[in-house]
Design a protein around this ligand. Structure first.
Ligand SMILES: [Fe+2]
Length: 332
């Protein structure tokens, strides 16, 4: 891709992946599973748009779930939240990328608009401001900056109301004070087989890895830490330095790009066999376990079959990625 100078300069530079948002076929079934199997606390519901949010304290939500709508969902200020689509299936809706501050978000938004980057919409989520954009494969990205000191208080006050309305980014009023959670008061779900520390990673198949690498480096502003178009994979980090994104070239037989899995980071090593047993006892759809130089993990599907990995990052030695696990899409 011959990116123009201005496109190369867009550089949102998010800190990290803050959440994943997924379409599910049965909201209540999935909310219960994400809470009692994945170990994420339920923090908020938006019945008006069939959505629920779960968190373990790092952010207002590590996971957002939306039941596949039968009609177009309209939020606050007449915002079209989810357009109805016949072909919509359970799976990734969008990836939330946490920004340093509202001022960083607004400045990046202005660079994106000036460069003609594919900005889709801007919204005020009451607890955060967001800029949405599609990547070259149509994956939906949300760059968001938290806007409140105490998101729990807002969520209690607005319990079950619609949160999302219009927002016009304005550099004159944008705060440069970081509002993301620094000291995590870690919450866990008692009895859950998994107790993840945070939403952390997405692993995506893409049609044209070279184009995607340019997009994620130039426009998203992530740092390439391993891989290349010639290698068939690329690993990117946000400014925090964790490995947030894995991109993989789709094989010749694959027709559509898709998310391979979404990752949650664990804060300490786990006894893999014990966790696997507890997952099976809880009726979880366990895919397997991975032991690699960089991580140990368990892989589990949600009730709709969406694949999640819960990993403890043992090292971030990029050289170790040259020896991928048996399924290379679990490289990160
Ligand atoms: Fe989101």
């Amino acid at each position: 891709m011959n990116a123009s100078k201005s496109v190369q300069d867009v550089q949102f530079k998010p800190r990290r992946i803050g959440h994943g948002n997924f379409f599910v076929s049965d909201l209540e079934r999935s909310m219960a599973y994400y809470e009692h199997v994945f170990g994420l606390q339920v923090v908020f519901r938006e019945p008006g748009i069939g959505a629920g949010f779960l968190s373990n304290g790092n952010s207002h939500h590590d996971v957002g779930l939306i039941e596949i709508p039968k009609k177009t969902l309209i939020g606050r200020d007449g915002q079209v939240q989810v357009p109805v689509k016949e072909e919509r299936k359970p799976g990734l809706n969008h990836i939330g990328l946490e920004m340093e501050s509202e001022a960083h978000l607004v400045a990046a938004y202005e660079r994106a608009m000036a460069a003609g980057a594919p900005v889709h919409r801007t919204v005020d989520h009451t607890i955060a401001y967001s800029v949405y954009m599609f990547d070259p494969d149509g994956y939906y990205l949300e760059f968001y900056a938290d806007s409140q000191d105490d998101w729990r208080a807002i969520m209690e006050e607005k319990s079950e109301q619609l949160l999302t309305g219009d927002w016009t980014p304005d550099p004159a009023v944008a705060s440069d004070v970081p509002k993301y959670v620094v000291e995590t008061e870690r919450r866990t779900v008692e009895g859950a087989p998994l107790q993840p520390h945070r939403a952390a990673r997405a692993s995506l198949f893409v049609r044209d890895l070279a184009t995607s690498i340019d997009f994620y480096a130039d426009i998203v502003g992530l740092t390439l830490v391993a891989g290349s178009a010639a290698d068939g994979y690329a690993v990117f980090a946000g400014t925090v330095g964790s490995w947030d994104l894995g991109l993989f070239q789709v094989g010749e037989d694959a027709t559509t790009p898709r998310m391979h899995h979404f990752g949650f980071e664990l804060s300490s090593p786990i006894e893999l066999e014990t966790v696997m047993e507890r997952l099976r006892a809880a009726g979880a759809r366990v895919e397997g376990q991975i032991v690699h130089a960089t991580k140990q993990s368990v892989c589990v599907r949600d009730p709709d079959g969406i694949l999640f990995e819960f990993y403890f990052q043992q090292s971030r030695d990029a050289a170790a990625l040259q020896n991928p696990p048996k399924d290379p899409a679990f490289l990160v």
